[in-house]
Design a protein around this ligand. Structure first.
Ligand SMILES: *Cc1c(COP(=O)(O)O)cnc(C)c1O
Length: 310
């Protein structure tokens, strides 16, 4: 049995940065579990269920050396006892706490070049890759047909289905649900399960405007109740500026809420700027979703324990 934290909604006290004409709270999806947290667990849940109901023997998935998705998948596969292979973008010989953690969880890493990585949605490429993987990891005793492929980020229909469940923890009177967007599959799930008086507000953490709306439409959501802002990516994915780092530092302390510059820092920077610019009407009840992305690898590597200390 895996222990998941009950949903927590943290109310942010108004101060000089916003008045009490607006309510701001945070749904702490980051606290669900130390490693199966945030939207990455939501996106994995039904993928793992689909795997269990299939006759496949191992999961294959994709990510970079700082990927939150690889972290969540490695931890989930360790806890559910599923063989897992991580296709790693970039073939440089790197070592960081993320990668050590993945390996400690038993994830087999298969690095490929950036050029090859771009082919990750190409069926022929995947077929070839699967053949190489089963050859390289012969101890898995698999054929390529035994591999269950989850796309990067868990962003597929099963992933979007899981993200719909985030809305089960949002109070009905909420007017705006705000979330950081990478591929847009999380906001697609949210918008697919939203009430008629609500708006899903996305803060894009990357530049690609066309990619985002196409990706949301591809995931079956209508754009009617979605508004995405592209003014807060600070130059692109994982790009940052001193102003953003300062914001993360300041607001982490001010609100007692851990945020980081890749996703949730940009989200809250965007929300505070939109409040300042009066985007949210008086009386708005905003719930921001903390999608996770902060892990204590050191603790897990020393304790050799993934589960929360109860
Ligand atoms: C992956 C990720 C996102 C982006 O989710 P998408 O569904 O790709 O839009 C947001 N926040 C965190 C912490 C993430 O790890």
């Amino acid at each position: 049995m895996i222990h998941f934290q009950e949903p927590i909604i943290q109310k942010i006290q108004p101060d000089q940065s916003f008045s009490n004409e607006i309510e701001l709270s945070v749904l702490r999806e980051d606290l669900l579990h130390p490693f199966l947290s945030g939207n990455k667990w939501r996106k994995l849940k039904y993928n793992i269920e689909d795997f269990k109901h299939s006759d496949k023997k191992a999961i294959v998935t994709f990510g970079g050396k700082f990927s939150n998705h690889l972290v969540a998948t490695a931890a989930a596969c360790k806890l559910f006892n599923i063989p897992i292979i991580g296709i790693l973008r970039g073939d440089e010989n790197v070592s960081n706490p993320n990668l050590l953690f993945l390996q400690e969880c038993g994830m087999k890493l298969y690095p490929i070049s950036r050029e090859e990585y771009r082919e990750r949605h190409n069926i022929l490429f995947l077929k070839n890759l699967s053949e190489q993987i089963v050859k390289k990891f012969s101890e898995l005793n698999c054929t390529s047909a035994d591999l269950f492929i989850i796309p990067e980020g868990g962003s597929n229909p099963a992933g979007v289905k899981g993200c719909r469940e985030i809305m089960n923890n949002i109070p009905q009177e909420t007017t705006h649900i705000c979330v950081a967007c990478g591929t847009g599959s999380t906001i697609a799930g949210i918008a697919g399960n939203i009430l008629s008086h609500q708006i899903a507000v996305g803060i894009s953490v990357l530049k690609a405007e066309n990619f985002m709306s196409n990706s949301i439409l591809k995931h079956g959501a209508s754009l009617e109740q979605i508004k995405i802002f592209f003014d807060y990516h600070f130059g692109g994915y994982a790009k940052t500026k001193p102003e953003l780092l300062e914001f993360c530092d300041d607001y982490s302390k001010r609100w007692n809420l851990p945020i980081e510059p890749v996703y949730t820092g940009k989200l809250f920077f965007g929300i505070m700027d939109l409040i300042k610019k009066n985007y949210f009407p008086v009386g708005s009840k905003i719930v921001a979703i903390h999608t996770g992305g902060i892990f204590d690898f050191e603790k897990a590597l020393t304790n050799k324990n993934l589960e929360p200390n109860l």
